[in-house]
Structures are given as structure tokens and as C-alpha cells.
Design a protein around this ligand. Structure first.
Ligand SMILES: [Zn+2]
Length: 275
């Protein structure tokens, strides 16, 4: 089996992006009570690296929800870092829509995917050269056997051995040539998406995020491409995988935006391969 996917996987890791956002310090006047907040499980304390979890406090006439460092909650080695959960969610969702899910950013993502294509090419050339080298070596050994046969004819020493080895070499050569042909027939991954499609995809995606009233669903959406969000005192660092926002579908080699339950409503999306 060939290792055609190694280079692509490596580049995928490299495609992980870290972005910093200024944090507008949320005031502590609370948000509407939710049992789940969108960024639970994604937030990390910038101070100690532990998860930030929600906690609530009962005020005079409402319940306040906060994210706080889980280590501080247990009283074991970090300071309280309470931020209003409702406000943070709203701010973070807005920030992601304004800063990450923009047509410009999507174009960058696509350029990154296209860069994967060049690493694919390198890997492809390397594999091709390796097989060519093996074929040359095989031919050289076969030529040696022919030389012996030519020199000694039917009186060649160990004639049976020689013909067995010749047959083995022929088989090996046949397999190598097939391998080479398969490598040469591989198509480089290409991406093909129009500006209109980018606009439509980002628009739809932003709409889905803004309009989902379900925080659990929102958390699933976010968790799909965000690895973590580190909450520092003066900013927020987000690590995410842009290639998971738009993704190349290997079979059709068409750039698609994650569809249906994950990203986009199935109907109305014309991001299917155009044929
Ligand atoms: Zn902490």
C-alpha cells in the first residue's frame, strides 16, 4: 500500500490556526439562565490551563451564570476568573462570525487547502521516484542474468536457478510497473469553489449559528472546528481548524462545506458537485 495520505495529514495539523481576539470584559450583570452554555468544554483558563466551567450564583431576583476556572472552583490552586457566561457566549459567537466566518477568511482557508495540493505533489513525486529506482535496480539484475545466459547458453551453471530468479524478477518488475502506473494515474487534490459559493456558504453558516436557539447544538457546531479557547485577562486565544469549516471531499475532489446536521441545512445549498 502506498502512503499517499501522510503528507496531507501532516499539513492538516499545520493548518491549525491560532487567532487572538481582544476580550471586552463582560460585566457581571448576568445573562438569561441556560442549563448549558455554548463554550462549555472548549474554554481553558489562561492562568493554569484547566477547563473553565459554569457556575451559578443567586442574586436578588435572578440567577447569574459564570464561566470560572475549574481549579479555582475546587479551591485548588487558581484564582477566580468569573466571566458572565451569557455575555461571553454572545460576544464569542459574534466575534467568530465577524472574524472567522467571513468570505475573506474562507478564501484563506481555501488557499490553505490548495497548499495541501503542493505537499501532495511533493509526496507524489517522491513515491514515483522511489518506484522508478526499484524498477531500474530490477532491470539491472535482470540484465545481469541475461548476460550470464548469453555467455554460457544452455551450459550456464545452475540454469534452473537462473530461470527461477529470472521469473521472480519478471514478476517483481510487472508489479512495480503496475505500481508506477497507479501512482501516475493519481489525481492531485484540487479545490474548485466560486466566490458566490463562498458567500453563500458563509452566509448560511453564520445564519445557522445565530439562529440556533439550542446551546447544545451550538456547542457541537463550535466544537467541530474549535480545539480550544484560552481565556486570558486581556484577550482570548482561539485554536481552530479552518479545514473543518470547509473541507475537501476526497471522492469528488470538490470543496464542500460540512452539511446537514453539522453545518448547513441540506436544502437550499447548491454546494454539490456541479458535474
Ligand atoms: Zn485556572
Amino acid at each position: 500500500m502506498t502512503k499517499s495520505h501522510d503528507a496531507i495529514i501532516d499539513s492538516e495539523d499545520a493548518a491549525k490556526v491560532r487567532e487572538q481576539f481582544r476580550l471586552r470584559a463582560p460585566s457581571n450583570d448576568g445573562g438569561s439562565p441556560h442549563s448549558n452554555f455554548a463554550f462549555t468544554g472548549i474554554l481553558r483558563c489562561g492562568e493554569c490551563g484547566a477547563a473553565m466551567q459554569t457556575e451559578s450564583a443567586t442574586g436578588r431576583n435572578k440567577i447569574y451564570h459564570y464561566y470560572n476556572c475549574s481549579r479555582a472552583q475546587k479551591g485548588s490552586g487558581c484564582r477566580n476568573r468569573r466571566i458572565s457566561a451569557g455575555e461571553f457566549d454572545q460576544w464569542m459567537v459574534d466575534t467568530i462570525i465577524q472574524r472567522v466566518l467571513t468570505p475573506e477568511r474562507m478564501r484563506e482557508v481555501i488557499a490553505e487547502v490548495q497548499e495541501l495540493t503542493s505537499s501532495w505533489q511533493e509526496d507524489h513525486d517522491r513515491r514515483r521516484q522511489a518506484v522508478i529506482k526499484q524498477i531500474k535496480e530490477c532491470n539491472r539484475r535482470r540484465q545481469n542474468l541475461f548476460d550470464v545466459l548469453e555467455l554460457h547458453g544452455k551450459d550456464a551453471p545452475n540454469l534452473g536457478d537462473l530461470t527461477t530468479r529470472l521469473r521472480q524478477l519478471n514478476n517483481q518488475l510487472k508489479m512495480l510497473e503496475e505500481e508506477l502506473r497507479a501512482i501516475e494515474e493519481e489525481d492531485a487534490p484540487t479545490v474548485n469553489i466560486s466566490d458566490e459559493q463562498i458567500l453563500e456558504a458563509t452566509g448560511l453558516f453564520s445564519k445557522v449559528i445565530q439562529n440556533t436557539g439550542d446551546n447544545k447544538k451550538l456547542r457541537l457546531l463550535m466544537g467541530h472546528f474549535i480545539d480550544k479557547i484560552v481565556v486570558n485577562d486581556s484577550n482570548v486565544e482561539m485554536e481552530y481548524r479552518p479545514d473543518r469549516i470547509v473541507n475537501t471531499n476526497e471522492k469528488s475532489r470538490e470543496l464542500v462545506v460540512h452539511s446537514s446536521e453539522n453545518w448547513l441545512p441540506e436544502q437550499g445549498s447548491n454546494l454539490r458537485p456541479a458535474d
